[in-house]
Design a protein around this ligand. Structure first.
Ligand code: RBF
Length: 160
């Protein structure tokens, strides 16, 4: 798989838009909290590194990834917020819950993004086991939170 061949945090930071006056919603699911906290740290530090002000990063938690869609909508409907970054970790179990959750979140945050015309970033790590999730939260495949924040900044730079 292509993603196995590169570090997900190895984004191109050239020509990113100025985000010093941009306001971000950072939404973090509490299931697998140790891992989502690491994703959140990566996203937060990336926004700060590129000029966002701490007071312009509104951090909220939701119980599980399924709740990311509504959480994103509540943030996106605030006209002050320019972009929402959704972070969660869904690990495959014995049942198909992971499929249902992941599809629901993908559809839900897509709808929110299109309804409010602002970036709502899909930072959902979906893996077969916990190790694979850690590999994507500061491990051998980078930090998906960093990539999600970089994606939000990139999307804010798109002009019509
Ligand atoms: N939420 C996650 O963010 N990651 C998970 O891996 C996860 N696994 C779940 C497994 C089961 C069987 C259930 C019922 C829920 C799980 N959730 C998980 C929580 C889900 O996103 C949501 O918070 C709850 O279903 C309540 O709506």
């Amino acid at each position: 798989m292509a993603s196995a061949l590169k570090n997900l945090s190895d984004y191109n930071s050239d020509n990113l838009v100025d985000i010093t006056e941009k306001k971000f919603g950072l939404l973090v699911a509490e299931w697998n909290k140790a891992i989502t906290d690491t994703l959140c740290k990566g996203a937060y530090e990336t926004l700060i590194k590129h000029g966002a002000k701490p007071e312009n990063i509104i951090r909220n938690t939701v119980p599980g990834s399924f709740e990311l869609s509504l959480g994103a909508q509540l943030l996106a409907q605030n006209s002050d917020i320019d972009a929402v970054i959704c972070l969660g970790v869904v690990i495959k179990g014995e049942t198909k819950h992971d499929d249902y959750i992941c599809h629901a979140v993908a559809q839900g945050i897509t709808q929110v993004s299109l309804k409010y015309n602002k970036p709502v970033i899909f930072g959902l790590v979906t893996t077969n086991n916990e190790q694979q999730a850690w590999d994507r939260a500061g491990g051998k495949h980078g930090n998906k939170g960093v990539e999600a924040a970089a994606t939000a900044i990139h999307m804010l730079g798109i002009s019509a």
